[in-house]
Write a protein that binds this ligand. Sequence first.
Ligand SMILES: NC(=O)c1ccc[n+]([C@@H]2O[C@H](COP(=O)([O-])OP(=O)(O)OC[C@H]3O[C@@H](n4cnc5c(N)ncnc54)[C@H](O)[C@@H]3O)[C@@H](O)[C@H]2O)c1
Length: 431
Amino acid sequence: MRVSVFGLGYVGSVTAGCLADAGHTVVGVDVDEDKVRMVSAGTSPIVEPGLDELLTTGVRTGTLSTTTSAHEAVAATDVALICVGTPGRTDGRPDVGALERVARGIGLALRSAPKPYTVVLRSTVLPGTIDDVLIPTLETAAGPGSTGLRVASNPEFMREGTALRDFAEPPFTLVGTDDSNTAETVRELYARVTAPFVVTTVRTAEMVKYVSNAFHAVKIAFANEIGDLAEALGVDPHDVMRIFALDKKLNVSGAYLRPGFAFGGSCLPKDVRALVYAARTRDIAGPLLSSVMSSNEAQIRRAAQTILDMKRRRVGVVGLAFKPGTDDLRESPLVTLCETLIGKGCEVRVLDRHVSIARLRGANRRYIEDEIPHIASLMCDGPAALLAHADVIVIGNDSPDAARVLGSIRPGQAVVDLTRGTVSRNAGRAA
Ligand SMILES: NC(=O)c1ccc[n+]([C@@H]2O[C@H](COP(=O)([O-])OP(=O)(O)OC[C@H]3O[C@@H](n4cnc5c(N)ncnc54)[C@H](O)[C@@H]3O)[C@@H](O)[C@H]2O)c1
């Protein structure tokens, strides 16, 4: 393929070198004349093991050339990969000025010589940037030349220092587009890469990159706080984390990473508090661990506010235990939610058959009667009673009753789904 790579920094120079090495005809573009000169001489503008060799070979064999002119680059290629910087301003907002300038340059080149052209954004941008900044800028500059313009997101997951290997073996190749031809164009670019090829929406692709980096940052902060605490408790931090990471079922896996509602139960809140206590009593700050419970409480407050904002008093909550399929009400966030709503004057009814059974003969009977008798008296015996009572249905967990209730919502009845669509998705799969 004939590809131009805009921006010859850390991402762009590696991308240009690797694509040239893969047999594509690559034109590297930068406004920085020094970088253009260096790449055209086969010298890497960044310190990256192995890159000098790739660039030298590309230039020598003619698969890699460079220019400072967007016009020249667009004229010589069918696809542009944009790899310019998106540095953060002081308030955190990414600066997309360089992206806008590149988009304008590509658009103007297409205006003067219209042709089908694919623009792929590799830079990291917030969800909505392609729709709200890149596409309008390209289209305005290209004018009639924007016919045949295709745009995709293709975030980069390489790490400096191991960038060549990461380019060849990424965790996946991610493409955001709703057009299968555009996805195929990107697939062809990375034909040599054997990683899973994931196609999603533009906004999802844009967001996955931030979620990945934020999670990496959270992992490092978590490991360091555990390291501080382990040392203070006389435990080898490396041993702790090595053994922790052996558990690929619950610890290092997709478990507990599905967005839904707040956590609760007899273990997680208690044990987080215990670690925070241990840190505090040893003068260790542990701001990440210390903020976990308040983050969880914020989820409950947000749910309550969403329901209260609807200004409907008759509320039906599906689920009361801390997770579906159990009768354990200890520290259940749904109990807290119900108590908040009752306190604000809502008439609450609850459907949770496991809890109803527990009330009659289960181990939690005393807890229910002693701790939350006011909620126990609000239990419905089936979906029909809940549906008949409520103006607002709150789906608290993913249970068969939740699917039944959702399937029988009457017109005008509002739904607040704290599972964020999990019940409907699972019901759809089961159907
Ligand atoms: N560095 C990394 O490891 C890494 C990894 C993944 C993603 N990213 C993301 O990729 C993007 C690029 O990061 P980077 O570290 O390569 O940035 P960088 O600052 O090293 O390189 C950006 C290059 O773009 C050039 N440029 C600016 N305006 C231009 C224009 N109008 N036309 C052509 N070139 C222009 C600059 O001169 C510079 O050489 C960022 O959004 C970054 O967040 C970076």
